[in-house]
Design a protein around this ligand. Structure first.
Ligand code: PHE
Length: 357
């Protein structure tokens, strides 16, 4: 093998052995650099004759071109390899699931309220909303609870600006003011034709009042089962012939539907509220499950007091009915087995997200 072939082979071997671009450029210098092997051969031509220079020069050029070709090829190979490494490092796995946006959902108490509304709507009840800042009249006086009535002390609340000294505004302590608000609107509507409402208690004909009023209520109270803000849902059914029997039927039916349990037992325990007479606390008892056998209070109720019927603008000789007020927070705790009410209002997403379907 002649000298030039050897140099070309050496160059090809050196280039192939270069692991990276910098090594390749160093290897190139060994052959094509200022003192490289090809360059040295060219320098050596000075001593040759013109004829010899021609043939020798052509041979060296061919060798040089081969070396340059090998160099170009190796450069391209190294560049490709580098790109491959980079692509592999930055590889995206397009088959991975995308990052999901957290999905919002309803608060467990809202889920309960929706459930309550749906069940009562199925029994022909309207759903009404009322103000949380209430006047003393609607919250107490109209509900047969005058200024110095002792029952007011159980309803200590937050008084807010506005109203008068005798009748201040306050954060409603229960949803019962909605009994008056809703009934007055209803009676106004149906007595408008006769104008009777303005002058006397209405004793004409009108459709029955059948409504629930869920919402936020407030009291100065705070422990594991009481929160200064809590929820209530009022129920009111007034007509010409609505009795305690109807209350029992409606509420029993509601509880059994709400808890999806037919063997739920209800107890109407005599109690006192100024705005109902007679009055009862409603307790429920599960016949199976973790709470089996315990009596749990879920609502206050009673037959609407004649004074309250009067404040609705109705003649108590003709109209009669029942009311109840239940605690949706309590119902939510029972339904989901939660034992600390405060968890509902701490806003901890780890707790709240467990209630999403
Ligand atoms: N408003 C009463 C309470 O908060 C509950 C109630 C409502 C009782 C309606 C009787 C009738 O304790």
């Amino acid at each position: 093998m002649n000298e030039l072939d050897t140099i070309v082979q050496d160059a090809q071997a050196a280039f192939a052995a270069a692991p990276g671009p910098a090594d390749l450029e160093n290897a190139k210098a060994v052959f094509l650099g200022k003192t490289g092997r090809i360059t040295e051969l060219m320098k050596g031509m000075a001593a040759l004759s013109v004829e010899e220079k021609k043939s020798r020069g052509a041979a060296i050029n061919i060798a040089k071109q081969s070396i340059e070709a090998a160099l170009t090829e190796r450069r391209a190979a190294l560049a490709r390899a580098e790109l491959d490494v980079q692509l592999r490092a930055e590889a995206l796995d397009v088959t991975l699931p995308g990052r999901q946006r957290g999905q919002g959902g309803l608060h467990p108490v809202s889920l309960t309220l929706e459930r309550i509304e749906a069940i009562f709507a199925s029994m022909g009840f309207d759903v009404a909303d009322g103000p949380e800042i209430e006047s003393d009249w609607f919250n107490f006086t109209a509900l047969n609870t005058p200024q110095d009535h002792p029952a007011r002390s159980m309803h200590d609340t937050f008084y807010v600006e506005g109203g008068s000294a005798e009748a201040p505004n306050l954060l409603r302590t229960h949803t019962s003011p909605m009994q008056i608000r809703y009934a007055v609107q209803h009676v106004k509507k149906y007595s408008a034709a006769t104008g009777a409402f303005a002058t006397a208690l209405f004793s004409g004909d009108m459709p029955e009042i059948r409504v629930i009023a869920p919402g936020r209520t407030y009291r100065v109270d705070s422990d594991a089962t009481h929160s200064p803000m809590f929820h209530q849902c009022e129920g009111l059914w007034v007509g010409e012939n609505v009795s305690f029997k109807d209350l029992k039927y409606v509420f029993t039916n509601f509880c059994r539907t709400f808890f999806e349990s037919d063997d739920l037992v209800l107890r109407f325990r005599p109690s006192f509220f100024p705005f109902t007479e007679p009055s009862a606390e409603i307790d429920i008892q599960f016949q199976s499950g973790p709470l089996s056998g315990r009596w749990l209070e879920v609502a206050g109720s009673g037959q609407v007091h004649p004074n309250v019927i009067r404040n609705m603008g109705l003649d108590p000789e003709k109209y009669i009915g029942f009311a109840f007020g239940m605690g949706p927070d309590r119902l939510t705790m029972l339904r989901y087995g939660v034992n600390d009410l405060r968890l509902f209002f701490d806003g901890d997403i780890r707790f709240l997200s467990q209630f999403q379907a």
